[in-house]
Design a binder for this molecule. Structure first.
Ligand code: 0A1
Ligand code: ZN
Length: 896
């Protein structure tokens, strides 16, 4: 098959076990940037559980074959081809030795073995190992690895691989070697090596059973002062997994390595996690509160994979959510506990709200378009396109539902059984579900649909109160609305939805709950087992007409439709005992107003906002019983992308006008309150990235952002100018710069230009900060006189811009195309033309990154006709020029 032919579709139903197994592998690397030689010796045998194969097919890509020997004898019947190596006539058990070469210095895809800042790194998930050597590169082939690295000692003083260092020493010609052995069987996607000039922050700790562990965070020498937080996050992760799940670190040594060229966030290679620098490096001057929190979450995520992913791995890539959904759930719980949520329900809710915002904005959108797929997909063209919001975030919601159904203890019982049954195996999502079911004595057959059905379920709610009988009925109906064709094809029947509900009395307090048939009332939140297409639940002894609090803590990844009045929402916002639903009530209220305004804006009608909305928000803002972090979230309006998504025809310009109108109204009506908040929540003294301090900074900077919306932003300019100059941390400095940029949209502000210039000079040597500098400019508001596409095109020629570095490409190109909808969707199509150029440019360098950018237009059919036609033209242009399988899959699905 050539690159331009229609690529093959891989189906889950076609899974077959491997015809051969590998009992052990020994790898020897002679690391040279231009041409690295790899000698690979495998002890192989036929798989007794598979049909007898006529030949051995090894995967390989972009490799130069040097030699093949079977049991030490050169093998004549070996054929190298575009996708690998075919060997006819192999015995039942044999030693296979293959020597091949690859070219790391030329590898711009960042998959396989590559060079970044003159150091060597690998990335093997999902199918990168086959770019290093010929192999059975599939996750159900697990084996033990012994790895020898040889390289020039001056250029590559540090040589790392998985497991334990068992030997090292010098060689002739200024070279040296290191030999590593990983005692655990693993799939090839968890292999890693690193070689280069790096230094480490080290700690020694004892794990719960008293064993000594060496922890290292490896970085380039100038970054050593930014490793402390990552190390602390690692130690916290180790402790948390011991306590919450009884899971101990199984290796003597655990390493994290930071690399500045990386396609994703980080990678859980056994004992040698490789991270995007963005998720390792932090000090107060360079990293924001969000960066500190993200580092903790990603370090946790990769560490937790050691059990959920590495000790128990995936049988095939369709099972990706088995490790990813579960590990995201684990990192979410970890972050919630670290934020104080072990004892503080509001702190927990803040984390939950942040996660649900992402899910609703990104995953719900994915589920409504041409890339909609179940948590366990049925087919793919390029597996790298399926590291998605659905597999990760919806997958985490599916795991969370087990915990909602069985409680923390029941969930833990299920996890224990899962490890007891499957440690050391490559298994499927069904195995996890069965472990949870068996450990809790419940049939979870229906729950399987959460894995096989795509689309976002819609639950419509109707309620009725019978005052005489003191009965309150809640009727739930479930369906998928008008799902996208890709999702509809998978939908078979109703889901088991754990639907958490509370009933609130006139005084704002929760009513005790008793369902018909129960002997007595108990608790104030009930998780209903909602399993039918339509089901009615009857509460008895309900002494007054209640207000329902629906889907508390977002107990299932669904959309809830219920006709609340604006007054009822304001009441819930003020009183609901479930903090998530307090926030939710405010969002519903705001969304409803904003959509009505957007519809008017689309017709160029004048805009007007009801005072009751302002009053409801003012009450939350000044409610001192609520934590600053919660208030910040409550006062944040739904994003433009989310709002556009809710319109019958997405109209980004109208949404932008409506949302800006409301922001300006809230700014003006609450001006005094914002100023007071700004003052009260300053955090003088040394910076600490604690959730509490971050909450104060967040609320203060939200106040500053609102003040910058005023028609006369003089207050904001004054405060932001001082804050910028005096800041002792990046959170405040970046927020000040952002406020200055926002203020300069309504009034020419020289302060914005000079702060931008200062920021660049100050942080010129800090790539992650320069990424922020690009992103702030790409996402700023524009005006007719100053379209941001012009700013972006100019920045593309800036000496610091480099399209080959994914972080930099994301900071400028992706920020503009995905995080500045009003400017990107300019009516003249200028944003789409830019998008097409960049997708094609990236396609030739790094297909994975190109495919991510390609997805920015996938919802094109949902837009207004003018935009839709221009988007289609841009997609067709890309489709006609694209080379990679990655991008082709995205644009072809979009155009179907
Ligand atoms: N397993 C990693 C994510 C990851 C996936 C693919 C990569 O390269 C194509 C890199 C990382 C995680 O979940 O963190
Ligand atoms: Zn992961």
């Amino acid at each position: 098959m050539t690159d331009t032919a229609t690529p093959a579709v891989i189906h889950r139903a076609d899974y077959a076990p491997p015809a051969f197994l590998i009992d052990s592998v020994t790898l020897e690397f002679d690391l040279v940037p231009a041409r690295t030689i790899v000698k690979n010796s495998m002890r192989m045998r036929r798989n007794p559980d598979a049909a007898r194969a006529a030949r051995l097919e090894l995967m390989g890509e972009q490799l130069e074959l040097v030699s093949v020997a079977v049991n030490g004898v050169p093998h004549a019947a070996a054929r190298a081809h575009e996708h690998g190596l075919t060997l006819d006539d192999v015995p039942d058990t044999f030693e296979l030795t293959i020597v091949s070469a690859c070219a790391p210095a030329e590898n711009t895809t960042l998959s396989g073995l590559y060079v970044s800042s003159d150091n060597f790194f690998t990335q093997c998930e999902a199918e990168g190992f086959r770019r290093i050597t010929y192999f059975l590169d599939r996750p159900d082939v697990m084996t033990t690895y012994t790895v020898t690295l040889r390289a020039d000692k001056a250029a590559y003083p540090v040589l790392l691989s998985n497991g334990n260092l068992i030997e090292e020493g010098d060689l002739a010609d200024g070279r040296h070697f290191a030999k590593w052995e990983d005692p655990f069987k693993k799939p090839s996607y968890l292999f890693a090596l690193v070689a280069g000039r790096l230094v480490a922050l080290e700690e020694r700790i004892k794990s719960v059973s008293g064993k000594e562990k060496l922890l290292q965070v490896w970085v380039e020498p100038h970054d050593l002062d930014k490793t402390r937080h990552a190390m602390e996050s690692l130690i916290h992760s180790i402790r948390w997994d011991e306590e919450r799940f009884g899971l101990e670190l199984d290796l003597d040594r655990f390493m994290i390595v930071a690399v500045s060229d990386f396609n994703m966030g980080a990678m859980e290679n056994k004992g040698l996690n490789i991270f995007n620098t963005k998720y390792v490096l932090a000090n107060p001057e360079t990293a924001t509160d969000t960066d500190f929190a993200n580092i903790e979450a990603v370090v946790g995520h990769e560490y937790f994979h050691n059990w959920t992913g590495n000790r128990v791995t995936c049988r095939d890539w369709f099972q990706l959510s088995l490790k990813e959904g579960l590990t995201v759930f684990r990192d979410q719980e970890f972050s919630a506990d670290m934020a104080g949520g072990a004892t503080d329900e509001t702190a927990r809710a803040v984390k939950r709200i942040e996660d649900v915002r992402v899910l609703r904005q990104m995953q719900f959108a994915e589920d409504s378009g041409p890339m909609a797929h179940p948590v366990r997909p049925e087919s793919y063209v390029e597996i790298n396109n399926f590291y998605t919001m659905t597999v990760y975030e919806k997958g985490a919601e599916v795991v969370r539902m087990y915990q909602t159904l069985f409680g923390r203890d029941g969930f833990r019982r299920g996890m224990d059984l899962y490890f007891k049954r499957h440690d050391g195996q490559a298994v499927a999502c069904d195995d996890f579900r069965l472990a949870l079911a068996d450990a809790n004595g419940r049939d979870l057959a229906q729950f399987e649909r959460w894995y096989s059905q795509a689309g976002t379920p819609r639950v419509t709610v109707e309620t009725a109160y019978d005052a005489d009988a003191q009965r309150y009925t809640v009727t739930l109906k479930q369906g998928y609305g008008d799902a996208a064709p890709a999702a509809r094809a998978t939908q078979k029947g109703p889901l088991l939805i754990p639907f958490a509900i509370g009933l609130i009395g006139r005084d704002g307090a929760d009513l005790p709950l008793r369902l018909e048939g129960e002997s007595a009332a108990s608790g104030t939140t009930r998780v209903l087992d909602f399993t039918e297409t339509e089901q009615t639940f009857t509460f008895v002894d309900v002494r007054e007409a209640p207000l329902p609090s629906l889907l508390r803590n977002f107990s299932a990844p669904v959309v809830v439709e219920y006709d609340y009045t604006a007054d009822e929402l304001a009441f819930l916002l003020a009183h609901d005992s479930d903090p998530f639903n307090r926030w939710e009530a405010g969002q519903r209220l705001a969304t409803r107003e904003l959509l009505a305004l957007a519809a008017r804006a689309a017709e160029n009608a004048p805009l007007q906002l009801d005072d009751s909305v302002v009053t409801a928000f003012a009450r939350v803002l000044t409610d001192e019983t609520l934590s600053p972090a919660f208030r910040e979230l409550a006062l944040m309006l739904p994003s433009e992308a989310y709002l556009a998504e809710q319109m019958a025809e997405s109209n980004p310009a109208a949404v932008h006008r409506a949302r800006q109108f409301v922001r300006k109204r809230l700014a003006a009506a609450l001006r005094e309150a914002w100023l007071a908040i700004y003052d009260r929540h300053r955090t003088p003294g040394a910076y600490a990235p604690t959730p509490e301090a971050a909450g104060h900074r967040g609320l203060k900077n939200l106040a500053l952002a609102y003040l910058a919306e005023l028609d006369d932003p003089a207050d904001a300019v004054k405060l932001a100018t001082a804050q910028y100059a005096e800041a002792n941390n990046m959170t405040d400095r970046a927020a000040a710069l952002s406020a200055l940029l926002a203020a300069s949209t309504s009034k020419e502000t020289p302060a914005a230009e000079s702060a931008l210039a200062d920021f660049y000079r100050r942080f010129e040597k800090e790539p992650l900060v320069i990424d922020k500098w690009f992103a702030l400019q790409a996402t700023q508001r524009g005006s007719a006189a100053r379209p941001i596409i012009d700013v972006v095109r100019k920045l593309m020629t800036h000496p610091a811009f480099n399209i080959k570095n994914p972080n930099r490409a994301r900071s400028l190109i992706f920020s503009f195309c995905s995080a500045n909808p009003a400017q990107f969707h300019a009516e003249d199509g200028s944003g789409y033309a830019f998008w097409a150029e960049q997708v094609i440019a990236l396609d030739a360098l790094n297909p994975q990154v190109a495919a991510r950018l390609a997805r920015a237009l996938e919802l094109w059919r949902r837009y207004t006709p003018v935009l839709r036609e221009k988007m289609r033209a841009a997609l067709e242009q890309v489709a006609s020029q694209v080379k990679s399988r990655d991008v082709r899959e995205i644009v072809e699905k979009a155009l179907v």
